[in-house]
Design a protein around this ligand. Structure first.
Ligand SMILES: [Zn+2]
Length: 103
């Protein structure tokens, strides 16, 4: 099994973003924020994750799709596999805390 996400003790779900190269975090608790299907290998997360002005993505079944209009990096409009969490060393350790639920 290849985990693509990690859940922190505080109830945040983390994943490595192949589009902007950062680690994004969304809050699963308290209820009413993001929901996750509980599958670390083929995660689905709702709603979309929007780092405004940079990176707006939907995660479904282990793949991440970037919006064509309000994503600014090279993967805009594309869908790719979420990278394995185990490859963390190659990623920026920054965790975005400004990801907002898509209105
Ligand atoms: Zn990103």
């Amino acid at each position: 099994m290849t985990a693509r996400v990690r859940v922190t003790a505080g109830g945040s779900l983390l994943f490595h973003c192949p589009g902007c190269g950062n680690t994004h975090a969304v809050r699963l608790r308290p209820p009413g924020q993001w929901t996750w299907n509980g599958n670390a290998e083929l995660p689905s997360v709702q709603p979309s994750v929007n780092v405004v002005g940079r990176c707006h993505a939907t995660i479904r079944n282990g793949r991440i799709s970037f919006t064509p209009n309000d994503t600014t990096h090279a993967l805009r409009g594309k869908t790719v596999d979420l990278p394995p969490w185990e490859d963390a060393a190659q990623w920026d350790s920054e965790v975005d805390r400004d990801a907002k639920e898509n209105p």
